[in-house]
Write a protein that binds this ligand. Sequence first.
Ligand SMILES: [Ca+2]
Ligand SMILES: [Ca+2]
Ligand SMILES: [Ca+2]
Length: 385
Amino acid sequence: MKKLLATLFTVTLILICAAIPACAAETQEELPPATAPNFFGTLNNVFNYFFDFMENLFVPEQEKPALVAQDGKENDIVIDREKNIVYGFHGRLRVHTVGDFIKVSNEELGRLEFVQKYNNRIGSGDKVNVVDNKTNETVESFTIVYFGDVNGDGVCNVMDDITVRQEADGETSWSDPDSPDYCYWMFLAADLDKDGVITEEDEQLIVRCVVGAVRVDQATGTVMTTNLCLVAQLGKEDTVVVDTENKVVYGITRGAKSLDDFVKVGNRDKGKLEFVQKFSNRISSGDKINVIDSKTNEISETYTVVIFGDVHENGRYCFTDIKAILREAAGKTSWSDPDSADYCYWKTLAADLDKDGIVTIKDYNLMKKCIFGFKKVNQTTGEII
Ligand SMILES: [Ca+2]
Ligand SMILES: [Ca+2]
Ligand SMILES: [Ca+2]
């Protein structure tokens, strides 16, 4: 049997060897001599393949879009690529304000995508993804951290206090790296005394944040006293927004009479507030709040009130508002143009109802709907409802 197989194998080999030159000869006859395969031609092909391969190997990798700090925000925004965390956002973030702080390195290559718990604001635990425009793939993903917002609703309030107290008491274990419930962003947002563990001290600091006695520097996570700072009035921490960067305050009920109901000074022993209202019986956009140092009687900070939709600054929605928006949209005025000498941040904020950063006919249409009562503005978020 073995002998038979060996003989068959040898015969097959002989036949193949005989067939190759015959095929080659046939091909040589059919093809013009220039393209005829020969030893050097084959070698050439092998070299070409090799060089192509090496070239592809050393081609610089295509630039990938990446998350970067917005221009001028490089000192505030911290992008931690090891833990995939981003923080350093001041004030309360609505989706359209995130762009004030972060951006994609190259807008042609990629875009930012937000994965939020609530659609009108961004809180701890929300994600910002960098998506490749060409492939639609997520190339980077970061979790947002707001120091003091432990439960991820975008504000520091009594719910965060409860969450931290439960952790300090050992009822939960999200700050324990060995626990299956471990959550790094929650731990980072809660560990306000920065000692690496969640204790009663952190809970006390959260309480002090809620009542406005301290404030957390979002760029560093450091707790600071608010002696001479403007803070939300007790019970209004969920609705009133004090934007310390742009020095505006919003979240004020339209038609409300007194600013006293919405804001206070961090420490009444150190400072007091002075309200400069245009109308004594109602609050309007453009009203001023001065924080005064009780010792020197000097103004330490001034804030401007913004009531979304109240562009004409009379505390009401009326036709003068839509007229003002229309004139601005038509280019007859230029208070929404940052390059203009007439630029007015708070007025632009009040008028830009669709939140696209510019005042256009779309804002005019929305304002009309608000006046006729078809739409309302959420004064805390600025969104149209
Ligand atoms: Ca919260
Ligand atoms: Ca701690
Ligand atoms: Ca607009």
